[in-house]
Write a protein that binds this ligand. Structure first.
Ligand code: MG
Length: 423
């Protein structure tokens, strides 16, 4: 049931029909008038009453309730395990306040945690979910899609790349890479991402030292060359190393992959030391992409300032939310750097991210997961009546708010055991 329908249930058809039975014609006119009138809210009196949450797979889902029978939904990812009491704490900060002052509430929560870890990690990942839910709520209250609240859109459709999720297989072969690339291309995607890091590669000499051996480097090149061969020169290919290697390997692989014309090489080394990224980026023509473990715009400032990265990829369900995502994009734009958000959330998070991607000029591409097409859980946990992705693009929702609702009944099946579920 949508918020709109729920609101309408305040004045039920039955009640109207009973009250106005003698005046059937007038009654119909009254109902039509109700339909024409905003059912969403009386914004000036809108107040947050409660914040509730549930945990599914790697995601935290929050729902912010109000005194006007409308609500907002948001999602946080990765750094959200064990955060139930943070959600409750943030809820206490929000209760009784108007949800329409999104940036102010974001600052209220951030500043309330200045000595409690509000610079990064779980605190900011939970704040991302809350902040997103506030945008959803504000959009519903004002009857505008979130991109409109963010200043309007540069594009109607958001290009996505297909993450092949081959890491879920043990030691994928060059044939697996070629087949996954072709499969994504045949589904209409014009950009594909692969993972190159393999902790159990038999050619690896040491579990703790992450210098790739010559055979590992050859394996990585061969896998991506097979993908390139399969799809031809005009499909974008990116490769992720999940920050698992050292600088020696980063220099070697970035150089070696140059003939394959990647869209980017993602996090060959961890991203804490951005001066190392500067050396890597300066040493190769392969574009270097960083950012899924950075928090807030502060996390991107230094790397942009010194020219350490070619593309930034904040995760908007983790880095601080939609407003912070827009700030990061705008900051990157000052350095003529494209914005390509990481995205491992549900379709709720995907569409929330899409609103930001629509609302910034330097958007390049958004992540999309191949398992959205195969794992029924992702369909079960949300409600959305449009097509999710078409030929590699998400059409940005025109509904008030994000445009995708949580399906709590569907979610319940997957709720993390032992954790409160929207209680
Ligand atoms: Mg990555």
């Amino acid at each position: 049931m949508t918020n709109n329908n729920s609101r309408r249930s305040f004045i039920t058809t039955t009640a109207i029909a009973a009250a106005l039975a003698p005046l059937a014609t007038f009654g119909q006119g009254y109902e039509k008038a109700i339909d024409r009138t905003s059912k969403m809210s009386s914004p000036a009196n809108l107040k947050i009453t409660k914040v509730k949450c549930g945990y599914i797979r790697g995601s935290l889902f929050v729902k912010i309730y109000t005194n006007q029978d409308i609500w907002g939904c948001g999602e946080g990812v990765d750094a959200v395990a064990g955060t139930y009491h943070l959600v409750k704490f943030f809820g206490a900060v929000l209760e009784g306040k108007s949800p329409l002052n999104v940036h102010r509430l974001f600052e209220d929560i951030r500043k309330a945690g200045f000595f409690r870890g509000a610079q990064s990690g779980m605190y900011i990942a939970v704040l991302s979910a809350i902040e997103t839910a506030l945008w959803d709520l504000a959009g519903k209250a004002l009857e505008l899609p979130v991109y409109q609240l963010l200043g309007g859109k540069f594009r109607d459709k958001v290009r996505v790349y297909c993450d092949t999720a081959l890491y879920q297989r043990n030691l994928p072969t060059t044939d697996d890479f070629a087949a996954a690339a072709l499969s994504a291309k045949n589904m209409g995607f014009n950009a594909i991402k692969f993972d190159l890091d393999q902790a159990n590669d038999p050619n690896k000499y040491d579990q703790y030292n992450w210098t790739a051996s010559p055979a590992e480097l050859q394996r990585m090149y061969d896998q991506l060359a097979a993908a390139r061969q399969a799809v031809g020169p005009t499909i974008d290919i990116c490769a992720d190393m999940h920050g698992r290697y050292d600088a020696v390997t980063a220099h070697a692989i970035a150089k070696r992959l140059e003939p394959l014309n990647l869209m980017w090489l993602e996090e060959p080394v961890p991203a804490e030391n951005v001066e190392v990224y500067k050396l890597i980026a300066d040493s190769t023509t392969t574009p270097i992409c960083v950012g899924e473990n950075q928090y807030l715009a502060y996390g991107f400032r230094r790397m942009l300032e010194i020219g350490a990265v070619d593309i930034v990829m904040p995760d908007l369900q983790k880095c601080g939310g939609l407003g912070e995502g827009q700030r990061i994009a705008n900051l990157a734009n000052l350095y003529y750097t494209p914005f390509a958000p990481h995205m491992v959330a549900s379709f709720l998070g995907a569409m929330a991210s899409a609103h930001v991607c629509a609302a910034v000029p330097n958007f390049l591409i958004l992540e999309w997961q191949s398992y959205f097409h195969t794992d029924p859980m992702f369909r079960d946990i949300v409600s959305y009546d449009g097509e999710w992705v078409n030929s590699g693009y998400i059409t940005v929702s025109e509904k008030p708010g994000i445009g995708v609702e949580m399906n709590e009944a569907g979610m319940k099946k997957y709720a993390l055991p032992g954790m409160p579920f929207f209680e």
